[in-house]
Ligand binder design. Sequence first.
Ligand SMILES: Cc1cc2nc3c(=O)[nH]c(=O)nc-3n(C[C@H](O)[C@H](O)[C@H](O)COP(=O)(O)O)c2cc1C
Length: 306
Amino acid sequence: MRLTEEMQRVVTEQGLGFVATVRPDGTPALSPKGTTRVWDDGRLVFLHLHSPGTVANLATNPSVEVNVVDPIRRKGWRFAGQATVHTGGPLFEEVVAWYARPATAPPAKAVVVIDVDRAEELVSPAYDSGASETEVAATWRERYLATASEPDAMPAEMRWPAHLHPGALRWVRSSTSYADTVAFYRDLVGLPVVGSFQGSFGEDGTIFGLPGTATHMEIVRSEVNAASADRFDQIVLYLADDSAVERAIEPLLAAGVTPVGAPHPYWEANGGVVFLDPDGRGVVYAPWIFGSQPDPVDRLTGTSAG
Ligand SMILES: Cc1cc2nc3c(=O)[nH]c(=O)nc-3n(C[C@H](O)[C@H](O)[C@H](O)COP(=O)(O)O)c2cc1C
């Protein structure tokens, strides 16, 4: 069969197939192959680097199934076909040369070429609720980043604890200037609206993605008297640098909204620009990325203000 562009895209992007073969005693065998690639419009290929079992199984039964799944989008393909194992010859040489692996990489003991004769899409039950691909991907991207285990990834003590692993995080604010506050975050700050409701359990609300749905802020209409917002009641948007801040605040300035003069000396010292929303809560545009870079004031003085 012909592998569609979509199938080829997923295989090429992921490069990791779970390959099922049948042992001589009839039991199944499954193992991952990170060298899984598209060889041409009808064939997949992987390298036998440390797969003695798979290759031995194929000698007695060339039937094979391969699952390639995008773990973020929670979709993929299952391919079924017949495999041929090449330990030498022109195709072996051609495939090995095409991989262009570094000389230090373990040598390929064989090349396994799969003639695909059937393909079925794999779709996670995460979509059963009607969730969009963007929503599903946002949740799993977040989880992936939170659990990534590269040496320089988030230190273990900063990750969600084992017993608490939310798939999405929301904070809720009540607003006595609901329409103006929603317009402020939607039109001037520019946050995407990912949901809204009218008269739901008696309430009106608008949900802003930051972005997507994994982290979001909900504004709910409040009919009670406004409580005055504390000066520390803020959201902080950490942007790459001063020019990123300038670009981000353009719509506010163009609408005639002016920054408030340093509600706290910390923001002034660090080059932050602060606006107040219609409820009097702060939106801080900070010209550095918290967690990746030190505060600008620390970079200048070499001290740590915490
Ligand atoms: C992420 C990952 C990718 C792997 N990629 C390959 C591969 O491309 N080729 C290979 O021969 N072994 C690869 N391995 C190792 C085999 O899966 C592993 O040695 C397995 O035990 C082989 O089982 P088998 O002998 O039944 O085939 C990979 C393992 C992991 C965890």
